[in-house]
Design a protein. Structure first.
Length: 470
């Protein structure tokens, strides 16, 4: 799917962030925790069966953020399944938001690389602006982090290489992504194994002359991953994206970003002389990889890698990127290796805490859902995969193991809403400072026969297409 609608909003940045920022019109793209802004088919949703621009038939909602929503659609004439992104509510008539969405299509059209999500179309359906991209089936990097806590260094090195190649292609055509983070990276199956794709160019900066004047020099991004120059509103180049990648890699290796928080925390981080080194908080990471991440996170752009190409050379020279990832073939979650929290406390996750292996064939399936506990607690989130036995849920908060719940979601292929009783089989909540990062496995209880049969058909179809799990 195309960079899930990640819950962003546009607004004035606060003053006092530096002279350069005061002289510019500024907008902030701020992260909203998973589950907020992901209603299970709200009043503004496009109904299944609706035809967009005489050729795209809406199948189901894939995700919703603060500004946009993404749907699975089928092309009426080719029958190909794609992803369609539209603006939410008042943003649908907001001139800057409309131009920003079209700029995303232009940026993707300019890049065109196997490690970047592919754009197929963009246009207008009456007053509605839309962008159509390939429909990706796989696992999101932030979903993997939520389920596993942290990732092994060899897998992180491989993901880093793929994202670096994507950024090299992006920067090569004069485009800056400006929002590199785990939720904008998706692991999918390729011809030669798993590959990582860079998504969501919604706040990308186009080359001079191609960019909309109203979008130039805006303060955009997600605070936890912003470079110091991005926070200050200074001029940015490719090294800003590399800094954001460094934050994402630090998070993958350690399980937490260096300084969690909003824009105020990002402003404090921007004036620090340095951040904690990877080696100081995670002693199982090879020195060569730790040094690469530390260099990416230097507060002064001149001391970072000068380009994505030079970063790629360093990754290849390390010899750490040769082992293919196997995210799509492993059950959840993997046991965490030894690490330290920022306070220096040692954290161990015994292998005995792993949940039981899946008993049913699963397939990758992302859709908004709502979980209601016996006590009436409501949790909105999304699924990452599904089987006739249950589903993996990524949300803003976890539920205790053994809790009985009711889950409501849209069925694969039909998009019809269903609800089913379930029990929480395993649960993982990340650090309290990490927003929107909890994962739990639901096991269906007395699932209706129609639900089981629909999921069975879907998992069998995905298995034939090579998109299923073990």
């Amino acid at each position: 799917m195309p960079g899930r609608a990640s819950g962003t909003y546009t607004g004035r940045a606060r003053r006092g962030c530096g002279a350069a920022l005061r002289q510019r019109r500024a907008t902030s793209t701020l992260h909203i925790p998973e589950g907020e802004g992901l209603p299970c088919c709200g009043v503004e949703d496009l109904e299944p069966g609706l035809i967009i621009d005489d050729r795209y038939e809406v199948r189901r909602l894939l995700g919703r953020g603060g500004m946009s929503a993404i749907y699975e659609v089928a092309h009426r004439y080719t029958t190909r399944h794609l992803a369609l992104k539209v603006l939410n509510g008042a943003y649908a008539s907001h001139s800057i938001a409309r131009r920003q969405l079209l700029d995303e299509a232009r940026a993707l059209g300019a890049v065109r690389h196997p490690y970047v999500i592919e754009v197929h179309d963009a246009g207008f359906d009456g007053s509605r602006v839309y962008v159509v991209t390939e429909l990706l089936e796989g696992r999101s990097l932030d979903g993997l982090l939520a389920a596993r806590g942290r990732l092994g260094w060899s897998a992180v090195a491989r993901v880093a290489r793929h994202v670096t190649i994507a950024l090299a292609a992006t920067h090569g055509v004069g485009v800056l992504h400006r929002d590199v983070k785990p939720s904008n990276v998706m692991i999918v199956r390729g011809v030669q194994g798993e590959l990582s794709k860079l998504l969501d160019f919604g706040v990308a900066a186009l080359p001079k002359g191609a960019a909309d004047p109203a979008m130039v020099d805006m303060l955009v991004g997600t605070p936890e991953y912003m470079s110091p120059e991005q926070v200050r509103g200074d001029a940015m180049d490719a090294r800003s994206d590399l800094y954001s990648l460094g934050i994402a890699l630090f998070e993958c290796l350690h399980g937490e970003v260096p300084m969690p928080g909003g824009l105020d925390v990002a402003q404090r981080r921007a004036v620090l002389p340095s951040l904690p080194s990877v080696s100081s908080v995670c002693d199982d990471v090879p020195r060569s990889l730790a040094d690469i991440v530390d260099r990416l996170l230097h507060p002064v752009p001149a001391f970072r890698f000068p380009s994505a190409r030079s970063l790629l050379d360093a990754l290849d020279a390390s010899g750490l990127c040769r082992t293919p990832t196997r995210f799509l073939d492993d059950d959840e979650p993997q046991p965490e290796a030894r690490r330290q929290t920022m306070s220096g406390a040692r954290v161990e996750t015994p292998a005995g805490e792993e949940p039981p292996k899946r008993r049913s064939v699963r397939a990758y399936y992302q859709t908004p859902l709502r979980v209601v506990s016996e006590g009436g607690e409501v949790i909105d989130g999304r699924s990452e995969d599904i089987s006739i036995g249950g589903m993996l849920v990524i949300a803003g908060a976890a539920l205790p193991e053994g809790e009985r719940v009711v889950v409501r979601f849209a069925l694969p292929t039909s998009g019809n809403l269903v609800q089913c009783s379930a029990v929480v089989g395993w649960s993982r909540q990340r650090a309290a400072t990490q927003r929107g990062r909890a994962a739990f496995g639901l096991e269906f209880v007395d699932a209706p026969e129609a639900l089981v049969e629909a999921i069975r058909r879907y998992t069998e179809l995905m298995q034939r297409e090579g998109q299923g799990g073990p």
